[in-house]
Design a binder for this molecule. Structure first.
Ligand code: ATP
Length: 297
């Protein structure tokens, strides 16, 4: 029985290994697929990176030609300021982030960083300049340290810990028996949505890029956690040029400008106070969220 059990157990391990590798490969192919969407121009130079002002100038974009997603979208995020985008599900908010990260190229108009068209500079330099805190952070099946240091390969343990402290995940990590050596991800310690976001914030803090994209999670965290994450985020976005895809009002009230996107069109824009005074779509959403404590969509 034991003799039979061992090989079966062994096969089980191998099966899980293969399945996991395939999952990792799947993720890689998805990324590579996206990589293939855009190519560097033959003479592409790195982004100068002195000015991190972002401009979307009359941007039109469709994933499939028959279905336009963004229509004549123009806005500016001055260096060091935050612009927040709100709007119904499917209105194109995350698409703005994907275009800025250059997963895809725009079909009309242009996106510039510091005045440079992002299609004319190297993709890698654009991605180096941007830190993303996504809705759902993918953790590698590796140690917490590796996962945080991924933001800046070669970072020392002290630097990793510093970032973890700032993202308020250090105490949680220290409380695990293996500390920073704890394996996380599918095969290791499973982290909650909030903890994963904190790892992503720590990564971004360590990377210290001039531009930050924050794609707020739609899933509700409990409100204490929510407030805490927001304050960590504020510190991650301090002095950075920030694009926030927002689902909650508390995230947007301090934004330099709020854009209300509907079916790929900016239907309203302004500060929180200006938009409330307008008594339009934003004011409606605000009233609804206040009364129902519902997400902003
Ligand atoms: P949510 O708030 O639900 O995250 P969103 O406003 O961020 O939504 P996007 O993710 O930008 O919306 O998607 C805008 C539209 O583009 C949606 O209708 C979506 O189905 C479509 N879309 C997104 N990605 C692709 C893709 N890779 N191929 C084709 N269509 C896509």
């Amino acid at each position: 029985m034991i003799q039979l059990y061992i090989p079966l157990n062994f096969l089980g391990v191998i099966y899980r290994e293969i399945k996991q590798s395939l999952t990792d490969l799947d993720k890689m192919f998805v990324l590579m697929e996206k990589e293939r969407e855009v190519r560097d121009a033959p003479d592409a130079q790195p982004l100068a990176g002195i000015d991190s002002t972002i401009r979307f100038e009359d941007v039109n974009f469709a994933y499939e030609p028959a279905r336009p997603i963004l229509k004549h979208v123009s806005f500016e995020i001055p260096a060091g300021k935050t612009v927040a985008v709100v709007g119904p599900s499917g209105s194109g908010k995350s698409t703005l982030a994907r275009l800025l990260y250059r997963f895809y190229d725009v079909q009309q108009g242009r996106i510039t960083i510091g005045g440079e068209d992002i299609r004319e500079v190297t993709q890698s330099s654009v991605r180096r300049a941007i830190g993303i805190v996504p809705q759902d952070t993918v953790l590698f099946n590796d140690t917490v340290e590796y996962n945080i240091a991924y933001g800046r390969p070669g970072a020392t343990r002290e630097e990793v810990e510093g970032a973890a402290r700032a993202a308020r995940i250090h105490d949680f990590i220290s409380a695990t028996p293996m500390g920073y050596e704890t394996t996380v991800g599918e095969r290791g310690l499973k982290l909650s949505g909030g903890e994963k976001q904190r790892v992503a914030i720590a990564r971004t803090l360590l990377k210290n890029p001039p531009i930050v994209i924050f794609d707020e999670a739609t899933s509700a965290l409990d409100s204490a956690n929510e407030r805490a994450i927001q304050s960590e985020l504020k510190s991650a976005a301090q002095d950075k040029t920030t694009l926030v895809i927002a689902h909650r009002l508390s995230t947007v009230v301090d934004a330099h400008e709020i854009l209300v996107l509907e079916s790929g069109v900016i239907v309203e824009r302004g500060t929180h106070a200006e938009l409330l005074a307008k008594q339009g779509r934003y004011a409606q959403m605000w009233a609804l969220q206040k009364s129902e404590a519902a997400p902003l969509l």
